[in-house]
Design a protein around this ligand. Structure first.
Ligand code: SF4
Length: 155
């Protein structure tokens, strides 16, 4: 179940105005995200870290921002960006992986692009959010079954 806690009707990414605020360090990745980025020619150890506390994969930090943020504040992997980035202008507030998984999304605070640009496709946001949940449910199951080493070997 995906809950969008506050609605936004229109949005355009004004990354130059906010200094690419959303492209902060620690963006969470699914295994499918990792494989897609790797297929672009990146080495896993260049961009990936494992957060032991939360048991999730994340993008490495570069100068306090996302590893893939370019010098002009552009996303250098735009066509292959992680699912979390596709959810913008919504951020994940909470996810629970019970029998009936729940994700709560909220708009990015103080976003200069809010109310501008294209109409937000809520169906697409919900579809991407569901994909994120499904992929992470699989990761949680695989971690129990294969352990971290087994997962890393398959990346
Ligand atoms: S992957 Fe691209 S869109 Fe996502 S946080 Fe990094 S630079 Fe920004």
């Amino acid at each position: 179940m995906i809950h969008i806690l506050e609605n936004i009707d229109k949005w355009s990414c004004e990354y130059k105005k906010c200094g690419a605020k959303c492209c902060a360090a620690g963006i969470q990745l699914t295994v499918a995200d990792i494989k897609r980025i790797k297929a672009l020619g990146y080495e896993i150890e260049d961009f990936l870290v494992f957060d032991e506390t939360n048991q999730v994969f994340k993008i490495k930090e570069k100068d306090g921002k996302c590893f893939f943020l370019g010098s002009k504040l552009e996303c250098t992997i735009r066509e292959n960006e992680p699912i979390v980035c596709r959810l913008l202008p919504f951020k994940i507030m909470e996810v629970s992986y019970s029998d009936e998984p729940i994700m709560r999304l909220k708009p990015v605070v103080d976003c200069p692009g809010e109310g501008r640009g294209k109409k937000i496709d809520k169906k697409k946001i919900e579809a991407d959010a569901s994909t994120f949940i499904r992929e992470n449910q699989k990761l949680i199951r695989d971690m129990k079954r294969k352990g971290m080493k087994g997962i890393k070997d398959e990346l």
